[in-house]
Design a protein around this ligand. Structure first.
Ligand SMILES: Cc1cc2nc3c(=O)[nH]c(=O)nc-3n(C[C@H](O)[C@H](O)[C@H](O)COP(=O)(O)O)c2cc1C
Length: 206
């Protein structure tokens, strides 16, 4: 089994795709990963429209502010939200926040499962919603949240810089950084390991 952190860290946004067939077995696993994402109250208020037809891909690329490279992807998965369902249970917070978070969790599952199967993805958030809805006959009350381009990657882009852990983590209070979290947490296993390394180094030096 692959290490999940390794999959998370090595996933990249793929810009170019190979004109290569992607097996249904893989696509179905990816969709299965999506539907197993967490959702508020387990309401699963999402639908996934798999687009394989060339003319529809072209329309979606146009809707996506002319990001035409996505037409080379084998499939475009349009993640759609049924916000009304969330609003019924959770009001405005369900409509505006939970629905977006539910779909984002499903999208991340899509990206990670695809990557673990050797496929590349590109999360497209920039698009004209109405154009996407028209192209795919999506009803008025349903909101497309993202278009995921999926296919075999032509090249793996370099990892863009990510903020180091220390700069994005606070403890207990906003802006409160801890220089040595292991010490603060009294994680003696880590502290002992460190001490052993120090002792070993000291012995080697002598
Ligand atoms: C909400 C959202 C919208 C995005 N929209 C686009 C997009 O329209 N086009 C695109 O090429 N990439 C898009 N991306 C991908 C980001 O540009 C990409 O995740 C970021 O540059 C970091 O690169 P990485 O995914 O390789 O870590 C989007 C990502 C997110 C989360």
């Amino acid at each position: 089994m692959q290490d999940i952190l390794e999959i998370i860290k090595t996933r990249r946004t793929v810009k170019q795709f190979l004109p290569k067939f992607v097996e249904w077995d893989k696509i179905s696993k990816i969709l299965d990963a999506a539907r197993h994402a967490p959702s508020c109250g387990n309401i699963q208020n999402w639908k996934f429209v798999v687009v394989l037809e060339t003319d529809l891909k072209q329309k979606l690329a146009e809707a996506a502010l002319q990001q035409y490279e996505i037409t080379n992807a084998f499939a475009l998965i349009v993640v759609c939200a049924e916000a009304q369902k969330a609003e019924r249970y959770y009001g405005l917070r369900g409509d505006r926040l939970y629905t977006v978070q539910n779909c984002a969790a499903a999208i991340q599952n899509i990206l990670l499962e695809a990557h673990s199967l050797g496929l590349g993805t590109r999360w497209i958030g920039a698009f004209e919603e109405e154009m996407v809805k028209r192209a795919l006959s999506i009803p008025e009350e349903v909101r497309p949240q993202a278009i995921i381009a999926l296919g075999y990657p032509k090249e793996i882009p370099e990892k863009p810089p990510k903020y180091p852990l220390e700069t994005v983590v606070y403890f207990n209070k906003w802006r409160n950084k801890i220089r040595d979290p292991a010490k603060y947490m009294r994680d003696y296993a880590v502290l002992l390991k460190r001490k052993l390394v120090q002792i070993k180094e000291a012995i080697i030096k002598k």
